[in-house]
Design a protein around this ligand. Structure first.
Ligand code: HPA
Ligand code: ZN
Length: 323
């Protein structure tokens, strides 16, 4: 790993906390909570990872998170990620969480967010890493369920900077959640949505996030490059794009180095992120290293890293502190 990657002060804007659940922690939590795991060892868990598209990843991801039950579990998960990120010189991050993946299993919203929030506070004090939480709705659940989740979040509004949309994109367009996102904005939340790579109807989904939802950022967004009316609008607005190269290598068998380079050439504010680092076996530095191994230059890496601080949802004084 070149020192310049390790030493760069970094920001991460696209990481699912549930996607940071390392197999070793799965085993520890399973034991603590009396949950049976169908594997003998953490190595066997990793050997069973077989992702070739978004649905095959999501099946494994949702099943594995059943070991997360108590506030302490969410604390431990979050703190471990923040510690790992800080060790890689990530100074600021905006992690996602998926409350519906827990409330549907009977874990109260307050349990989930309290554990996460306490870990954020402790990591800020003890490790010097700043973070702001983004709440994602699961797009393969109903708009009513998303609306209930939005309502549940309002008691914890000060702990959440924005809302996102993740899970299976097929037949779940942004427009399904237009009302939910409009209300979220009225409550002061920033807005982002996943436009995953090469999904069914992706161009129409991107059009909707730009014209109808009017997002503040786009997660992934690689397919903006296919249409000039999409990429020119993203560039014109200076919208951030949270690209996840190693995730892309798993989900669409393409690290998307050429696409990321093209975004920079077009003046789009692309950023590099890990998405689900425990599953894709790559945190921030490994994502940047994969790009360097694929020919990306030091200047490009520096620009991508700078972009992340520029499009972070930070007040101007905090942003200037990092830049
Ligand atoms: N895409 C959609 N949903 C997700 C992802 C992703 O990459 N990771 C976790 N949930
Ligand atoms: Zn994601």
């Amino acid at each position: 790993m070149p020192d310049f990657i390790a030493d760069l002060p970094k920001a991460e804007l696209h990481v699912h906390l549930e996607g940071t659940l390392e197999p070793e922690m799965s085993f520890a939590l399973a034991q603590r909570n009396g949950v049976e795991l169908p594997y003998d060892s953490p190595e066997a868990v990793i050997a069973a990872y077989d992702f070739h598209d978004l649905p095959s990843f999501l099946t494994i991801y949702y099943k594995a998170m059943e070991v997360l039950v108590s506030e302490q579990d969410f604390f431990d998960l979050t703190y471990a990620y923040l510690k790992k990120a800080r060790e890689q010189n990530v100074l600021y991050c905006e992690p996602f969480f998926d409350p519906q993946a827990h409330t549907t299993r009977g874990v109260p919203f307050a349990t989930v967010i309290s554990g996460i929030h306490k870990a954020q506070e402790q990591a800020r004090t003890d490790l010097g890493i700043e973070s702001q939480l983004i709440m994602c709705f699961l797009r393969d659940m109903s708009a009513e369920s998303a609306m209930e989740t939005l309502q549940a979040s309002l008691s914890f509004k000060d702990w959440i900077v924005g809302v996102g949309l993740d899970s299976d994109e097929k037949n779940n367009p942004p427009s399904k959640f237009a009302e939910v996102f409009q209300q979220a904005r009225a409550h002061g939340y920033k807005l982002t949505m996943h436009c995953d790579v090469h999904q069914h109807n992706t161009h129409e989904h991107i059009r909707q996030v730009l014209d109808d939802i009017i997002v503040d950022r786009i997660d992934h967004g690689i397919n903006t490059l296919d249409r000039s009316e999409l990429y020119s609008e993203v560039a014109r607005r200076g919208l951030g794009l949270t690209v996840c190269p190693v995730s892309n290598r798993f989900v669409v068998q393409n690290l998307t180095t050429a696409e990321i380079r093209r975004m920079l050439e077009l003046g789009m504010r692309a950023t590099i992120n890990s998405d689900d680092p425990a599953y894709f076996r790559a945190y921030m530095n490994e994502n940047l290293q994969a790009l360097v191994d694929d020919g990306m230059t030091r200047d490009e890496i520096a620009q991508l890293t700078r972009n992340a601080f520029e499009v972070a949802w930070l007040p101007t004084d905090r942003r200037d502190h990092y830049l």
